[in-house]
Design a protein around this ligand. Structure first.
Ligand code: FES
Length: 292
């Protein structure tokens, strides 16, 4: 990446006729729009661990593109000195990175065991029929993307669904349909916990590590009754783990190479940060130097 690119100037200046919107053109547009924030993200990490910035950078791309587009992959690869295959491998590993254009509202319905026995599959099936889309598909108006999810970590409130990762607890087919209808009509219903809903792009910016300035964006609450039920039962019946001391120190592993050595501390550079072969990556350190 050149100094001009990282400083935010597009290759297509005033007088230049825009070319076809190839992924390279789009990547240049992303440089123009995202370079300042990209630099801020990369600066959070040690210079020799810059590739750790890839996860928030992918969220940053989604905040602009609505998904991890080919141009977004190109952008991340350029900024971090990786090759596109490496960026693509990470982006395709995590389900939070979308590889196709995604709606404003990502509706994830838990169909895992606990939610399923409480009706999660019926909720999913009803929504699928109502919206006319299947898993990882988006309604023709571009508003709602439906997906089934495997345990959203709120089993005590099942069946649950999330909209852009905000929870709606103990839903049923009727309340789920009413919810998506409200979303498609332009409403922003209040989740069961947390702040008011934001779009997937807005959420992606938060996931990239940039705070949402809205006063209602973060709403802390106490743990709900279902979450504390097991604790209360244990207290009520005097149940505790025999000999458990919450201040017990964690023992260091014995035998074998120390963890730091095994992780590559004995080499001049961590194994995980060695530069990739192929695709002639541009080193991120150099790009940052040029940007100053
Ligand atoms: S099984 Fe649905 S949240 Fe865990």
């Amino acid at each position: 990446m050149t100094e001009t690119q990282l400083n935010g100037a597009s290759a297509s200046g005033p007088g230049n006729v825009p070319g076809p919107r190839s992924s390279l053109d789009r990547a240049e547009n992303l440089v123009e729009k995202l370079s300042e924030r990209a630099k801020e993200i990369i600066a959070r990490y040690p210079a020799d661990r810059s590739r750790s910035a890839l996860l928030p950078l992918l969220h940053l791309v989604q905040s602009e593109e609505g998904y991890v587009s080919p141009a977004g992959v190109e952008f991340c690869a350029q900024v971090l000195g990786l090759n596109k295959a490496q960026v693509g491998a990470v982006a395709s590993f995590y389900t939070m990175y979308k590889r196709r254009p995604t709606g404003d509202w990502l509706v994830s319905v838990c169909t895992n065991t606990m939610c399923n026995v409480l009706g999660g599959q019926q909720v999913y099936d009803t929504l699928s029929e109502h919206l006319g889309v299947g898993h990882d598909e988006t309604t023709p108006d571009g508003k709602v993307t439906l997906e089934h999810a495997e345990c959203l970590a709120a089993c005590d409130y099942g069946p649950v669904l999330t909209v852009n990762y905000d929870f709606f607890d103990q839903v049923d087919p009727d309340t789920a349909v009413a919810l998506v209808n409200e979303l498609r009509a332009g409403g922003r219903p209040q989740p069961a916990r947390g702040g008011r809903l934001c779009t997937l792009k807005e959420m992606s910016l938060q996931l990239a590590g940039f705070a949402d300035p809205r006063p209602e964006a973060v709403a802390d609450g106490v743990a709900g009754d279902p979450t504390l039920r097991g604790l209360r039962l244990a207290q009520q019946h005097g149940i505790s783990v025999a000999g458990f001391d919450p201040n017990t120190p964690i023992k260091a592993p014995t035998g074998g190479a120390p963890a730091a050595e095994a992780a590559g501390a004995g080499t001049s550079k961590p194994a995980s940060d060695r530069k990739p072969a192929g695709d002639a990556p541009q080193p991120q350190e150099q790009a940052l130097k040029e940007a100053k």
